[in-house]
Design a binder for this molecule. Structure first.
Ligand code: NAP
Length: 364
């Protein structure tokens, strides 16, 4: 394995870009994933990948939900690109692992040392990743256990794992940490808020933050495809929404009609947390004129949103779902701590199995 140590190392990781030359790591087609740290990098032993929901759904659908096929798909993608960057959805996820080495230029700058257990807070789409084997795929949660190594750049964000929250739960929460943090910023007392995909990870946390932000004079409406899931029941039973609407967000007119039954003047803020494409117009139609749509979903098309809003004559603010907001990791974890019912649900759904994951299929 060779690494071009003569390359000029850059805090943003451009020295790892193989093609196209000159691009940034996130947009690059291929990164150098050699698992050796430059002086300004952190080398990690990776245990688990949390593939983002839009990406995992696409991969799972393409592989008929077969764990072996999903594992092979991920290994092939990482071999081709040097990172877990789904070419269809353009999205990635994040990882949990141990620090193996902190490059010498970083040692005095950051509070991290070999042996620390961390979650990456930057996307896998810009994280050099080297997979030796996939040992297990959990089709239900999008978690993938691997033997492998990853590199974090000097600019990369990471969080030490909390000691009071199961680490798989923390991984699931940290993956979507941008959503509750941005919702807390966007929603104001007295406003009406619609959260689409309310019964998913980011949706639940966003509803909790929206309820707190709008206060008793505001309204939060949760939208999901079914009222019968455990998380849909949780939304209603725990009072995380003022009303729950069953609708398919791809049916733009249908979802708008259902939301109007509860909000005749539509929503000040719409938060899109779905994991399927073609929900831009439904979100736009649910938004009041001069309101705001926050597209957290990775299935969002900029073109569909921009031209869709223009086409229906909506003067609204549309926010791209930046995965980062200052303090987002702590806000997201605290949302869980503040809501024991959500915490219990996450424990039930995402907590680390008591048995170690059994190897599955031939290591790749
Ligand atoms: P999740 O837990 O899988 O939740 C997805 C939600 O969308 C579920 O409530 C699901 O309902 C709902 N949904 C699916 N199809 C729907 C439809 N046709 N109409 C209405 N709702 C529908 O996903 P997550 O982890 O919260 O992630 C949500 C989105 O954020 C994904 O697109 C993910 O890729 C993206 N993401 C963005 C960032 C960022 O930085 N912006 C970071 C991480 C993830 P059911 O469960 O009932 O099917």
């Amino acid at each position: 394995m060779s690494i071009a140590f003569e390359r000029t190392i850059h805090p943003l990781g451009t020295h790892r870009v193989l093609e196209p030359s000159g691009s940034m790591p996130q947009c690059a087609w291929k990164l150098d994933n050699t698992p050796v740290a430059f002086d300004n990098e952190i080398l990690c032993d990776v245990e688990t990948l949390n593939i983002d929901s839009a990406s995992f759904k696409q991969i799972s659908d393409a592989c008929a939900a077969d764990p072996d096929a999903i594992a092979a798909h991920i290994v092939a993608n990482v071999r081709e690109r040097g990172k877990q960057h789904n070419p269809v959805t353009g999205s990635g996820g994040m990882f949990i692992g141990y620090v193996l080495k902190v490059g010498k230029e970083l040692r005095a700058k950051i509070d991290l040392k070999a042996g620390d257990r961390i979650a990456s807070l930057v996307s896998l789409t810009l994280t050099p990743l080297h997979i030796e084997a996939v040992t297990r795929v959990d089709v239900e949660t999008g978690r993938v256990w691997i033997r492998g190594k990853a590199i974090l750049f000097e600019s990369g964000l990471w969080a030490k794992l909390p000691t009071d929250i199961d680490e798989s739960v923390a991984l699931a929460v940290l993956d979507v940490a941008g959503a509750p943090a941005q919702v807390a910023r966007l929603c104001k007392p007295g406003q009406s808020v619609v959260v689409i995909g309310a019964d998913g990870k980011s949706g639940l946390l966003s509803c909790a933050q929206a309820k707190a932000a709008v206060g008793p004079s505001g309204r939060v409406i949760g939208v999901a495809p079914s009222a019968d899931t455990a998380s849909a029941r949780l939304l209603r039973d725990a009072g995380l929404v003022d009303a729950f609407v069953v609708a398919d967000a791809r049916d733009a007119l249908g979802i708008c009609e259902r939301v109007r039954e509860h909000l005749p003047h539509l929503a000040d803020v719409v938060v899109n947390c779905v994991n399927v494409p073609q929900t831009e117009l439904g979100s736009i139609l649910c938004t009041k004129d001069e309101g705001t749509v926050y597209f957290f979903s990775m299935s969002t098309s900029f073109t569909a949103a921009a031209l869709g809003a223009e086409g229906v004559g909506k003067d609204i603010t549309m926010i791209v779902g930046n995965g980062y907001a200052k303090g987002h990791a702590e806000i997201a974890l605290q949302t869980l701590r503040n809501h024991p019912q959500i915490h219990r649900y996450f424990n039930h759904r995402y907590a680390t199995p008591s048995e170690p994951p059994s190897p599955q299929g031939t290591p790749r």
